[in-house]
Design a protein around this ligand. Structure first.
Ligand code: ZN
Ligand code: ZN
Length: 339
């Protein structure tokens, strides 16, 4: 009687290992679950961190992939908001507890028991993936599906702070690091109405940043240039995962300005209290967004035709795609296709 489904995936079998074909069986769909036929799946830097067990929470075989765009192929009996054939997205979270203070407040992304799509379960580098329906987002018509995957992790990570901290169209905002996250941030912010500055150390990216929506660029390695930008910004989003001289950046904030981290730099922040106190400035961080904020982002991206800039690889070329990610040369996000 037990109905099983076979899922064809790519898995790393050890830390740092290459991705090998891997097949696994799943049983009957749970009442709150949906099964998704994966069309496209973005590769996020976190997939690499998980394959390499950088955060010490990887379990092998590990099937990465948490920027999933697909079609619903099956719905559990309690699922009412999704139908078979519908186009959906699945990001970093594949389920929430549903009853903690954060879940009750609409901040499911802060749920301490939220399930990670690739943490102790299998993600979207596969032909199918399953998830709790509460974490599955309807993708509105008009969104370009090939490039949409990266919105579900990279995109929402830089969109969420605009909502959480009420960034205004009159604000002057800077983005540190123009890569997978930063390039989407530039697109969102320029359409949000802000005056946008890109901090980048790469000469070639200065020109590209202007095309992506930045009004100005500053060299993130040029101390004098950064010093000259004192009291310039209301909000700075840092997407980099390297240590910079953060005090230098804090001095570029206007009074009540905020330096906000979405890039996970593993080295401790070395920040003086005095510039924070005197300017009433803040330092903060945030993860991906809630399902409602992801829906808001899709609406906004659709209205303004904002698309991540992606390079496509067939799913079967997943190892080549990972090499491309590691090279740091990708412009700007990589998407695997099951087509
Ligand atoms: Zn919860
Ligand atoms: Zn991610």
């Amino acid at each position: 009687m037990n109905k099983t489904t076979t899922i064809n995936a790519y898995a790393a079998n050890e830390a740092g290992g290459s991705l090998e074909p891997f097949t696994y069986e799943v049983g009957e769909l749970k009442p709150n679950e949906v099964e998704i036929d994966v069309l496209y799946c973005g590769i996020c830097h976190s997939d690499l961190s998980m394959v390499d067990n950088e955060w010490g929470m990887s379990e092998y075989p590990l099937v990465g992939g948490h920027e999933i765009i697909g079609k619903v192929s099956s719905v559990g009996e309690n699922v009412v908001h999704l139908e078979i054939g519908g186009t959906v997205g699945l990001g970093w979270h594949s389920g929430y507890c549903g009853h903690c203070e954060s879940c009750h407040s609409g901040d499911e992304n802060l749920c301490a028991s939220a399930e990670g799509t690739i943490v102790a379960r299998h993600g979207g580098f596969a032909d199918k993936v399953r998830a709790d329906a509460a974490s599955v987002i309807v993708v509105p018509e008009g969104i370009d599906l090939k490039s949409a995957g990266p919105l579900l992790c990279g995109g929402i990570t830089v969109f969420n702070p605009l909502v959480q901290f009420d960034v205004k169209s009159t604000d002057k905002v800077a983005v540190i690091g123009i890569g997978g996250l930063g390039h989407i941030a530039l697109k969102f912010l320029s359409k949000w109405g802000c005056e946008v500055t890109a901090f980048t150390s790469s000469e070639s990216k200065r020109e590209e940043a202007l095309k992506l929506g930045a009004h100005k660029t500053l060299n993130s390695r040029d101390e004098a240039e950064i010093e000259a930008a004192a009291y310039s910004f209301d909000f700075i989003i840092s997407t980099v995962n390297v240590k910079l001289d953060w005090n230098l950046y804090i001095n570029t904030l206007r009074p009540k300005g905020r330096l906000h981290f979405v890039g996970a730099t593993l080295e401790p922040l070395d920040i003086g209290a005095f510039p924070l106190i005197m300017g009433q400035r803040s330092v903060s961080g945030s993860p991906v967004g809630s399902p409602a904020t992801i829906e808001q982002m899709f609406d906004f991206a659709n209205r303004h035709q904002i698309q991540p800039q992606v390079e496509m690889f067939p799913m079967s070329d997943i190892n080549k795609a990972f090499d491309r990610l590691k090279s740091g040369e990708a412009r700007y996000r990589i998407v695997l296709s099951n087509e």
